[in-house]
Design a protein around this ligand. Structure first.
Ligand code: 0X9
Ligand code: ZN
Length: 304
């Protein structure tokens, strides 16, 4: 079982996925996307009721940014709903879901044990303060598509350090390799926090993608569903136009290079003192309120 009354640690997340693999062997496959800088397996769960890998795939990740704890919680809730709630059987009947609930496990654990506001990976770069040299890279500036063009830093101590080169981090390279080799991915959702945004490409330019109306329409339907469930409304639009310009994000690479047309960054609600530190008492309500939006996305892919 997994709890939504607290934030789960890396080991607890891994244990839950293993539990699902044993309890639901006919639909769940658990593995790893790759290995982090500190040697952790990056958890990956595939949910499939059949079809021999020929069905459309929804790819979901969370936890690219370490401190955005509500994002992995959302991914775990999606996993729980798809696997353990029979009322969601329609969402897995003809669609496979591949979910990476914690893309940056090193940063996440560091934010749990040492510094709550850690954002980046934990690869060795340089010394910034104290003796620590594992100052890492902003994984969401490290994707190699218009890399370093805007909204990213070449200074290793910056919070938005893009890395020495695109895909310098094992975590982003693992995502690249997986998404590149899975031609059936029809929808990409990457969960972040905070601020209530449903963002689509591009983050590197204010020019809209040619299919922006389809991206916008689906996001607005998803937003309406979570508003109906009691959530506050999300701002919908391209990253550059509604948030800020920042190149090297996973969403831009997935659409621009991997060719997944429907690619979204979802900024869940904030809370606490800094915005990223939404209190544990708010997890359950936050994830269950957003679930109807995920359902809208899933229904859209099921109907393709
Ligand atoms: O800056 C980011 O990476 C994201 N916001 S956050 O507060 N979670 O750090 C927004 C990313 C939007 N997508 C792109 N700029 N490509
Ligand atoms: Zn983020």
């Amino acid at each position: 079982a997994i709890s939504f009354t607290k934030y789960n640690r890396y080991d607890e997340i891994q244990a839950y996925l293993q539990e699902l693999a044993s309890s639901y062997p006919s639909i769940v496959t658990v593995g790893s996307l790759g290995t982090s800088s500190e040697g952790r397996a990056i958890p990956l769960i595939k949910i499939s009721t059949g079809g021999n890998g020929n069905r459309p795939v929804v790819f979901v990740d969370a936890g690219i940014h370490a401190r955005e704890w509500i994002a992995p919680a959302m991914a775990l809730y999606i996993i729980q709903q798809l696997v353990e709630n029979p009322s969601n059987a329609d969402l897995i009947a003809n669609v496979d879901w591949h979910i990476v609930p914690l893309l940056n496990p090193d940063g996440y654990e560091y934010s749990q044990t040492s510094y709550r506001l850690w954002r980046k990976t934990r690869s060795v770069t340089t010394r910034c303060t104290g003796s620590d040299t594992k100052n890492g890279v902003d994984a969401n500036r490290n994707f190699d598509f218009h890399w370093m063009e805007v909204g990213a830093s070449s200074s290793p101590c910056s919070e938005t350090y893009a890395g020495p080169r695109g895909f310098s981090e094992p975590e982003t390279a693992a995502l690249r390799d997986y998404v590149s080799s899975n031609r059936n991915i029809k929808l990409y959702l990457t969960f972040h926090s905070y601020g209530n945004y449903l963002l689509y490409p591009w983050g590197y330019t204010s020019t809209l993608p040619s299919d922006w109306r389809a991206l916008d329409d689906l996001a607005r339907k998803a937003n309406a569903a979570q508003v109906a469930a009691g959530g506050s409304s999300y701002a919908v639009g391209s990253s550059t136009n509604v948030l800020y310009a920042a190149a090297g994000g996973s969403d831009d690479w997935v659409k621009g290079v991997a060719g997944v047309d429907l690619s979204y960054t979802i900024e869940l609600p904030g809370g606490g003192i800094y915005g990223f530190d939404l209190p544990a008492s708010a997890i359950s309500r936050t994830v269950s309120t957003f679930w109807p939006a995920v359902r809208v996305y899933g229904e859209y892919i099921a109907a393709l």
